[in-house]
Design a protein around this ligand. Structure first.
Ligand code: 5RP
Length: 256
C-alpha cells in the first residue's frame, strides 16, 4: 500500500528589515476594543492585519501579492486606500483575478525584476518569523515572489502564532509521478503525508499535507525536504523567513 493512500501513513537578497528594535515591539493602532471579554472575530482580526500592512506601501511601488483570505482583505484595503502601486506580481490565479477586479495592474515577474515589497499570509508563524504556508496551495509562486522581494511582510491573526511549527500539516508540492516516492521518504522522516486529492496546483502538480512532523529546527528540515527528488516546493519559509510579522490580536497589532 502506498503511503499516500492510507490515512495511517497518512518551499541573496537584502531583505532584512532594519531597525531590528521594531521587532518585538507593540504597535497600538487604535483598534476599537469591544466589550471586555468578547474576543474579536478572526476575520475581523485578519482585516486589521491587512489594514496594518498598508503603512508599508508607498506610491508607485512594485509589489508582490500572496494568496488567501487575509491577502484578499489586503487587496481590498489597497484598492480602497489612497496609495496607488505601480503594479503587482501575483502568487496565484485567484489573487490575479482579485487584483484585476480591484483595478490593480498585474505584471509578470519576468518583466518586473526585484520587487520592493511582498505581502502574504501564513498558516502558522513563530516569533523567529518562520512560517508554514501553502494551505491555499499557492506555495510555489509564493516562495518565488517572496524570494524576489526586498521585504516580506506576513500578515495574520493571532491564531496563527505558535511556539513551534507543525500542528498545521506541512504542505509540500510534488511532481505528480513522484507522489508515492516522496510520500515514502516523508514517512521515513516520521511524517504522515496525505494527498490533497482534489487539488491540482497552478503548475499542474500535487500537494501532500504532512501531519505529525516535529519541527524543532525549521531551516534544517526545509533543507532536508528540499533534497528529496520530486519535491517542487516545501511549505516551510524558514531558510528565508518573513522580514516582519504583523499579528492582529483582539486589541492591537503586534509587530514581530
Ligand atoms: C496560501 C497560503 C496562505 O497565506 C495561508 O494559507 C493563509 O491563508 P488565510 O489568509 O486564508 O488564512 O499560504 O497558499
Amino acid at each position: 500500500m502506498s503511503a499516500e493512500h492510507t490515512s495511517a501513513l497518512t518551499e541573496s537578497n537584502p531583505k532584512r528589515l532594519s531597525p531590528r528594535k521594531r521587532a518585538q515591539s507593540f504597535l497600538m493602532l487604535g483598534i476599537a476594543t469591544r466589550e471586555s471579554e468578547q474576543a474579536m472575530d478572526v476575520s475581523e482580526k485578519k482585516r486589521h492585519a491587512a489594514q496594518a500592512a498598508l503603512r508599508y506601501v508607498r506610491e508607485g511601488m512594485l509589489i508582490g501579492i500572496g494568496t488567501g483570505s487575509t491577502v484578499n482583505l489586503f487587496i481590498d484595503a489597497l484598492a480602497a486606500g489612497g496609495t496607488r502601486v505601480a503594479a503587482a506580481v501575483s502568487s496565484s490565479n485567484a489573487s490575479t483575478e482579485r487584483l484585476a477586479a480591484a483595478g490593480i495592474e498585474v505584471v509578470d515577474l519576468n518583466d518586473a525584476g526585484t520587487l520592493e515589497l511582498y505581502v502574504d499570509g501564513a498558516d502558522e508563524a513563530t516569533r523567529d518569523r518562520h512560517l508554514i504556508k501553502g494551505g491555499g496551495g499557492a506555495l510555489t509562486r509564493e516562495k518565488i515572489v517572496a524570494a524576489a522581494s526586498r521585504q516580506f511582510i506576513c500578515i495574520a491573526d493571532d491564531t496563527k502564532l505558535v511556539a513551534r511549527l507543525g500542528t498545521f500539516p506541512l504542505p509540500i508540492e510534488v511532481i505528480p509521478m513522484a507522489r508515492r516516492w516522496v510520500s515514502e521518504q516523508l514517512v521515513r522522516l516520521g511524517g504522515r503525508p496525505v494527498w490533497r486529492e482534489k487539488l491540482v496546483t497552478d503548475h499542474g502538480n500535487h500537494i501532500l499535507d504532512v501531519h505529525g512532523l516535529t519541527i524543532p529546527d525549521p531551516p534544517a528540515l526545509e533543507r532536508e525536504l528540499n533534497q528529496i527528488a520530486g519535491v517542487v516546493t516545501v511549505g516551510l519559509f524558514a531558510i528565508d523567513p518573513a522580514d516582519l510579522l504583523l499579528i492582529a490580536h483582539d486589541d492591537r497589532i503586534e509587530v514581530i
